[in-house]
Design a binder for this molecule. Structure first.
Ligand code: UFG
Length: 338
């Protein structure tokens, strides 16, 4: 299949490009590089020994999307492009609704006029808010607590509405848990701008000596050791989940929702210990107050994806940490050194 990947230069997008190419598909990328670097795609091309058609621009640019759909016979779209920092979304909600909601609407409208009917959407476990119980099933109640999460929920609803209205539309919503790790080559990985918001890149930067210590947000949660528990999933497993979703649901219509997680809950302290062991570096930390909006525990029941898509995560915590460290220690400044 010929797949348009929006945000294909980003962290999950670049790994998914590799998974698609490895599975024999052809990839076209549109990316505005607002939170990514063109070097990631050059490295994807080197890893896969191929060239990728790249369009630099914004998904809200309908003329650009039309041009892409005219120049390539696209079978489906994987839509990663968007803004993803929870704190920033509280400060700049309109930016999030424009980049995430309006741009997705433009994409879906342009797909319809071009006769492209398959869309895989990058959603998030954040749509479950504070779950009453874990593990989380797809039919649990949804309700976001910040504009970022609301923007994801709105797009999910837009996709479901479009699937009702357009009998040919195939909308696949993938709710990611916590993607971490990197490609085993160590050539591509997560390269956040500025101070990382997320745990794994922060730990990686402490291990490599870029930051003095980790702040652990809360040691008094009702969890196994008092720190927050999450479902960390290797980014290569997540990337393969997209390929499986496209292949398994090819030719279907309607809307479909899947959790992509491992089903295992790992605490912040467990992650710190695993990283220190693999990297053989100290990870100094201090337990501080809880971060507003955080939940105690969030992990998936990944059974529906397993049964329906024939997909499940195969990489363990050690694989996640070792690949993160390989990337971070070989590229201490991310893509910027290149
Ligand atoms: N944490 C720390 N210190 C840090 C960063 C994080 O202790 O410097 C803790 C958090 O409190 C939490 C855990 O590490 O317990 C994971 O935090 P992340 O920020 O890495 O991930 P979140 O689970 O908060 O959020 C992530 C994505 C969101 C997404 C959500 C879905 O960042 O975009 O998963 O559950 F919506």
């Amino acid at each position: 299949m010929h797949i348009l990947v929006t945000g294909g230069a980003g962290y999950i997008g670049s790994h998914t490009c590799i998974a698609l190419i490895d599975a024999g598909h052809t990839v076209v990328v549109v990316d505005d590089f607002s939170n990514s670097h063109p070097e990631s795609l050059r490295r994807v091309e080197a890893i896969c020994n191929t060239t990728i058609a790249l369009y630099r621009g914004d998904v809200s640019d309908a003329a650009l999307l039309q041009q892409i759909f005219t120049e390539h016979k696209i079978d489906g779209v994987i839509h990663f492009a968007g803004s993803k920092a929870v704190g920033e979304s509280v400060e700049k909600p309109m930016l999030y609704y424009r980049n995430n909601v309006t741009a997705s609407q433009t994409l879906i409208e342009t797909m319809q006029s071009a006769g492209v009917h398959t869309l895989v959407f990058s959603s998030s476990a954040t749509v479950y808010g504070d779950p009453h119980t874990v593990p989380i099933l797809e039919d649990f109640p949804v309700g976001a607590t910040n504009p970022y999460g609301r923007s994801k929920l709105m797009v999910e609803q837009i996709i479901q509405d479009q699937a009702v209205a357009n009998g040919q539309f195939n909308g696949i919503i993938l709710r990611y848990f916590n993607p971490v790790g990197a490609h085993p080559s160590g050539k591509i990985g997560e390269d956040p701008n500025g101070i990382p918001n997320n745990l794994m890149p922060f730990i990686a930067q402490v291990a490599v000596g870029k930051r003095p210590q980790l702040a652990i947000f809360g040691g008094d949660y009702p969890t196994k050791d008092g720190t927050g528990v999450r479902d960390y999933i290797h980014v290569c497993d997540l990337a393969e989940g997209h390929v499986k979703a496209l292949e398994a649901l090819h030719g279907q219509t309607g809307s479909h929702i899947f959790n992509l997680g491992t089903g295992n809950g790992v605490s912040v302290l467990e992650m710190v210990q695993a990283y220190a062991k693999v990297s053989q570096r100290p990870i100094p930390y201090q337990v501080v107050a809880r971060r507003p909006g955080d939940v105690a525990q969030c992990y998936a029941d990944p059974g529906y994806a397993s049964v329906t898509l024939g997909w499940q995560a195969t990489r363990n915590l050690n694989d996640m940490v070792a690949s993160s460290w390989h990337w971070q220690s070989s590229n201490p400044h991310g893509y910027r050194e290149a």
